[in-house]
Design a protein around this ligand. Sequence first.
Ligand code: GDP
Ligand code: GDP
Length: 437
Amino acid sequence: MLPLVALVGRPNVGKSTLFNALTRSRAALVHDEPGVTRDRHYGVCRRVEDRPFMVVDTGGISGEDEGLAGLTAQQSGAAIDEADIVVFVVDAKHAPLPVDEEILRRLRRTGKPVLLALNKIDAADAHEAGAEYARLGVADVIRLSAAHQRGVDELVDEILERLPETADAAVEEVEPDRLRVAIVGRPNVGKSTLVNRLVGEERVIASSVPGTTRDSIHVDTERDGHKYRLIDTAGIRRKSKVDEAVEKFSIIKTLRAIEEAQVVIFMLDASEGVTDQDASVLGQVLDAGRALVIAVNKWDGLSTYQREQTRAALDRRLVFVPWAESVTISAAHGSGLRELLRAVQRAHRSAGFQFTTSDLTRVVEAAVEAHPPPPVGGHAAKLRFAHPGGTHPPTAVIHGGRVNKLPDNYKRYLENYLRQHYKLVGTPLKLEFRQGE
Ligand code: GDP
Ligand code: GDP
């Protein structure tokens, strides 16, 4: 299960700068991703590829006006309760205040590992600052400059050392031929209705499952000879109006479900379209490299005219995942579900596609022949050979001279060329470039 790291500290110490440094997606995916705005508060750190973790920026705890109430106040308090590790961020330019000691006392009472991140060392006498904070008695102090990307990898190492192993029993227990499919989307788009449809009558009511806001429910089902484990993020119906803190934490559940899944069904309400939050979650699916199918639900409620409008609007909003299939469905009436699952199977097959070295090199050569790289500063990149770099998502490693200068639109051209040649749908495709002669 994707662990959670909370960044805590007073305002202006550099939490959001650190958050961005940790969660900024590595340039592996060649998309500009127009329309994708990262959620400010939750993100996933993928600096160590096979050990991602979630990061939450808890906002500021200003001791003066809020006192300890600031800590127990909804967001920070809840985030700390849910976190596996707390990173207490302080500004090395200033000596600790009494409120820092208070915050630390409260953090210690949680019994969670606490790392002290001494930020802005570029602007402070690190030795002096270290001594000041040493009297707070935190053993684990990391000196860093979030703004200058110094010490961030060291912080990640210290975090990973203290995180529980990410081995996920729920994932490991699954038979190899059972496909893990997450169903994600905003509240009320119809996720529960879809799960109920897919599972049919024999659905076990979830009340026996330890249902918290952080856990998804896993339901196994079989359709048209294929086995599925549905990762249902809707889970238990909440009768009362959901308070904000609880609702926020469904983002945690969503990110975890994406990580656990092989294929993500991203569900939209046809009459509501794609919100910024939707785009942000889709960006996370991309970063995680997961196969993706978009289910446009409640299609039954629309007139022919509205359907046309909706299709056009979706195409515009989903330009950053042009390879994802959109399937219009009505979960309530059960229409479109067979087509939805076919798209899921296609996406999964594409995600597992294996290139071979000789074939891939030939196809890259053909792409270059049809449309050579443009010269940059008088010299064009020269692509020499390519080899497979893995699956889920399929990855092509391309070697050559000056490939680090390839313009983004040329990388996109190559990606599209490979996509069309290999008929890859529903999966990200990763191109890695290795500089060399
Ligand atoms: P937050 O309120 O804790 O989220 O703090 P921000 O991330 O918004 O940063 C507050 C200010 O500190 C901004 O002006 C940042 O540019 C600056 N800052 C953040 N990290 C560093 C750093 O490593 N060194 C220096 N010199 N300034 C930093
Ligand atoms: P969730 O919060 O995403 O799990 O959404 P629900 O499955 O609880 O559905 C929210 C509301 O949308 C309920 O009132 C459903 O009856 C309704 N709904 C779900 N699917 C459809 C559909 O295909 N068409 C229509 N018209 N309504 C639907």
